[in-house]
Ligand binder design. Structure first.
Ligand code: AMP
Ligand code: ZN
Length: 115
């Protein structure tokens, strides 16, 4: 189910352009418009789930499918030395788009500190 006002639902529907890197029945992935690393991909479920806080037994399969996609995308992007997956949740977590998404950051040796 989509949310009519959601930016990422509009991207998934093709109503707002994006640079697609991967898509299947469950997941859509595209390049972040403001990359924080040489590779910065956003992996989003095709179901509108607002955030990690809303994940439960009814929708967690989307999360599993997102992580299956992460592994495929990392291989396709040549991130054989590793990468970081980040999820921001809610205001204190720094989430700005309220549609669950996972950032894949890589292509460079990232700092050891998480924040
Ligand atoms: P977050 O702060 O975790 O909610 O991440 C939202 C991310 O979406 C940010 O890294 C933005 O740069 C990215 N973003 C916002 N609008 C777009 C867009 N139209 N296409 C691609 N990425 C976007
Ligand atoms: Zn959405």
């Amino acid at each position: 189910m989509r949310d009519q006002d959601c930016l990422f639902c509009k991207i998934i529907a093709g109503e707002i352009p994006s640079t697609k890197v991967y898509e299947d029945e469950w997941v859509y992935a595209f390049r972040d418009i403001n990359p924080q690393a040489p590779v910065h991909v956003l992996v989003v479920p095709k179901e509108h789930i607002c955030c990690t806080d809303a994940v439960d037994g009814s929708n967690s399969q989307y999360v599993a499918k997102c992580f299956e996609a992460v592994a495929k995308i990392a291989k396709a992007e040549g991130l054989e030395n590793g990468y970081r997956v980040i999820n921001n949740c809610g205001a204190d977590g720094g989430q700005t788009v309220m549609h669950l998404h996972f950032h894949i950051l890589g292509g460079v040796k990232l700092g050891e500190k998480m924040i």
